[in-house]
Design a protein around this ligand. Structure first.
Ligand code: NAG
Ligand code: NAG
Ligand code: NAG
Ligand code: NAG
Ligand code: NAG
Ligand code: NAG
Ligand code: ZN
Length: 647
């Protein structure tokens, strides 16, 4: 397989006799430059090496992509982790919300809640710790699930800095035994940062209206109900919402029961969810109107908005239905819920949020009609919908173990955002232009300074999680081929469905896929497997610059070093991560003047700090102004390093 040509390149046969005076040249290891310019060097003997910096052409038909779709996860997750002694498997959550100032009086914006958490004891303990925030626990009782026998609570303690609520019991819980914890609690919809279960107001047809919605990622479900609010503590959830008649209430699953609660109130119970992380719960209650259809693969699809905008949600509805079926087919893995609703909210913190079965959006990411909006708005809607639907697999079905590996959600969602856009709005050079401009180059711009962070670390910046994560997936698609990468991803998804993963789970699935494809072990053929290669890209910040130096007539030596805009920058070290010395396993691609289009670039690997490349010598020089359009060098630009030739 040509993409796995691991041996050093031999000089091509029929080599030229080169006299010292012959003009020869070669440029070129990936011509990427961080400032957005292409650097092309050429050599003419007796002259100084000339370097021309040229701005990357800005395509006038460039599409403006929406700003990043998810909010950066800036809300700090408290460092303290829950004990692993007791873990949840099911929740019954009942929330009554007071959204009407006139009718509700003192209760206005309160959330009256009653929650049962069903848990299994993993290690003997006489304490149970859950998360709460912006909430008062009015009562808390613990029972053995089997016989409903109560275990008395000796004391409870709120630990605000950890957002913990600690329940101390009169006796120890038994390993393997099941218990249920019953809470009555009072919370608030008045979350001025629009996080947790919040309320907001907007004006429709001159009338002020109030609605409630949620944003729980990363750690805000605890503002709505007591919970084990960590992504690996997955459970099923049965939700009941109690709200005043006249409003529409939506949650992750379909309605199973509508009851009247008190006069003027509705109590709606939703179907039990699949096993999922707490942060993927969602609700909205408001004056919404919805339109529905059924996807090719039989998922009920809904789009909701203010009634005055409902006609403009149709594009999102059809695009979403279509993309959902496309992703199901691509991963050979059906969407596990029976419905997905996509409400467009007038006030929402992030651009959109991938809650399972209830994907919430800002209105601007859903509302489109060809009459009032530009085609780029249409592409924006298709892209954001694709991003969120990609999360149904990367994030929801398979979830990162902890937030340090958030790129396993967001890197994939970023990559498949463009994949889905290309599917829904074909005919644009989505990957070769938009992706490079908005993902790869942006990642590199943020990553060329010492203050950058690894993609996968406790401290990590938004650009690394989303853009560099996405760019690295694109890089793998380049050196593995997209087909092989997707085979490996299917293996990863199927193996870890319903579970949680760390980077190594991804590398293992990909290595096994490559091994099977090659018919022998990748680490024996190449000397390295996917973990060896990709650890250098995700566990350390930055990226390399590769310098080619001619050391003999037909010999060029390649060397890598950490590219830093300011060479005096001192990268900050990340405790807990291996120190890899800022050396990368680089899938190196190069070409020469006879192949300026990069149609058949030569591929090799640069594994260590230095390496030798034998390159063909040509007699014609390249005019330094003959800068290839970045269209023509697209394959090379998928890779994340800078090339420079000094000879
Ligand atoms: C909890 O709240 C429910 C519903 O309001 C109520 O019926 C129940 O008595 C309360 N339980 C306790 C222990 O306070
Ligand atoms: C919501 O909370 C903010 C800040 O805590 C407060 O200023 C405001 O009055 C509250 N709003 C309502 C409607 O209670
Ligand atoms: C429950 O009530 C809602 C209105 O809030 C309605 O849209 C829905 O169809 C009802 N569902 C069932 C199963 O009765
Ligand atoms: C559902 O969508 C299909 C196209 O995918 C369309 O033909 C059909 O009319 C739609 N049904 C409804 C009820 O809108
Ligand atoms: C589609 O889904 C509905 C409801 O989930 C189910 O009743 C129906 O049998 C399904 N149809 C097909 C063709 O699978
Ligand atoms: C290659 O990987 C396999 C499986 O992880 C391991 O058993 C073997 O020792 C490795 N071989 C080399 C040469 O590293
Ligand atoms: Zn996302």
């Amino acid at each position: 397989m040509s993409t796995f040509d691991f041996s050093d390149k031999k000089p091509l046969s029929g080599g030229w006799m080169v006299k010292k005076t012959t003009i020869y040249i070669l440029v070129v290891v990936a011509l990427i430059i961080l400032t957005g310019a292409v650097l092309l060097a050429y050599l003419v003997p007796d002259r100084e090496c000339e370097v021309t910096q040229i701005e990357l052409p800005d395509d006038p038909e460039t599409i403006k992509m929406p700003k990043p779709v998810d909010i950066p996860k800036t809300d700090p997750v408290p460092e303290a982790r829950l004990p692993t002694t007791v873990i949840p498997y099911h929740y019954d959550v009942k929330l009554q919300v007071y959204l009407d100032e006139q009718l509700d009086g003192d209760k206005y914006l309160d959330i009256d809640g009653e929650t049962y958490i069903y848990v299994t004891c993993k290690e003997a303990t006489d304490e149970i710790t859950v998360h709460i925030k912006t909430m008062t626990v009015d009562s808390c009782d613990v029972f053995e699930t089997d016989n409903n026998q109560q275990i008395s609570v000796t004391s409870t303690e709120t630990v605000p800095e950890n957002e913990f609520y600690v329940i101390k019991l009169s006796r120890s819980l038994g390993v393997g035994q099941k218990y249920k914890i019953h809470f009555n609690h009072t919370g608030t919809l008045n979350q001025t940062d629009l996080r947790g279960f919040y309320y907001a107001t907007y004006t429709e047809d001159g009338e002020e209206k109030t609605f409630a919605a949620t944003q729980f990622e990363p750690s805000r479900a605890r503002r709505a109900f007591p919970c084990f609010d960590e992504p690996a503590l997955k459970a099923t959830f049965t939700t009941t919402l109690i709200y005043r008649t006249g409003r529409i209430a939506l949650a992750n699953t379909e309605v199973v029961r509508n009851g009247t609660y008190l006069e003027g109130w509705i109590e709606t119970e939703y179907d039990k969810t699949v096993v999922m992380s707490s942060y993927l719960n969602a609700y909205t209650i408001g004056d919404w109107e919805c339109i529905y259809n059924t996807s090719r693969n039989n998922i009920s699809f809904g789009v909701c908005s203010q009634p005055s905008l409902i006609e403009d949600t149709e594009y999102a509805l059809y695009t979403g239905m279509d993309q959902m079926s496309m992703f199901e087919d691509l991963w050979n893995m059906p969407f596990p819920m029976t419905k997905t609703d996509m409400p467009a909210l007038p006030v929402f913190g992030p651009g959109a949020m991938e809650n399972w079965g209830l994907i919430l959006y800002r209105e601007i990411y859903i509302i489109y009609n060809p009459r009032d909006f530009t085609p780029s708005r249409k592409q924006g809607v298709a892209a954001v919908v694709a991003h969120e639907l990609a999360h149904m697999w990367y994030g929801n079905a398979v979830t990162m173990e902890w937030w340090n590996d958030l790129w396993l959600n967001e890197g994939f969602a970023t990559y498949f955002q463009y994949y889905g856009l290309d599917y829904s709005v074909p005919g644009f050079d989505t990957f070769d232009q938009l992706f490079l401009r908005d993902v790869t180059y942006r990642a590199m711009r943020s990553d060329q300074v010492g203050t950058s962070t690894p993609v996968s670390a406790e401290r990590t910046i938004y650009r690394m999680i989303y853009q560099k994560g996405g760019a690295l997936i694109n890089m793998m698609a380049d050196f593995l081929t997209q087909d092989l990468l997707f085979d490996g991803l299917r293996k990863y998804l199927h193996r870890h469905e319903w579970g949680n993963t760390v980077n190594d789970d991804l590398w293992t699935a990909l290595t096994e896929t490559v091994d099977a494809h090659l018919g022998k072990r990748m680490n024996e053929t190449l000397g390295y497997d996917m973990k060896d290669i990709m650890d250098t890209w995700v566990l350390q910040m930055g990226f390399p610059v590769v310098t080619l130096t001619r050391t003999a007539t037909n010999l060029v030596t390649a060397e890598q070093e950490h590219f830093l805009l300011d060479p005096n920058d001192e990268p900050q070290e990340d405790p807990g991560l291996p120190q890899l010395g800022y050396v990368w396993h680089i899938p190196l691609t190069y070409t020469h003047e006879a192949e300026l289009n990069f149609h058949t670039p030569t591929r090799t690997w640069l594994h260590k700090t230095g390496g030798r490349l034998n390159m063909q010598i040509l007699r014609r020089k390249i005019c330094c102004h003959n800068v290839p359009k970045y269209n023509d060098v697209k394959r090379t630009f998928s890779l994340l390093y800078v090339g420079r030739a000094e000879f």
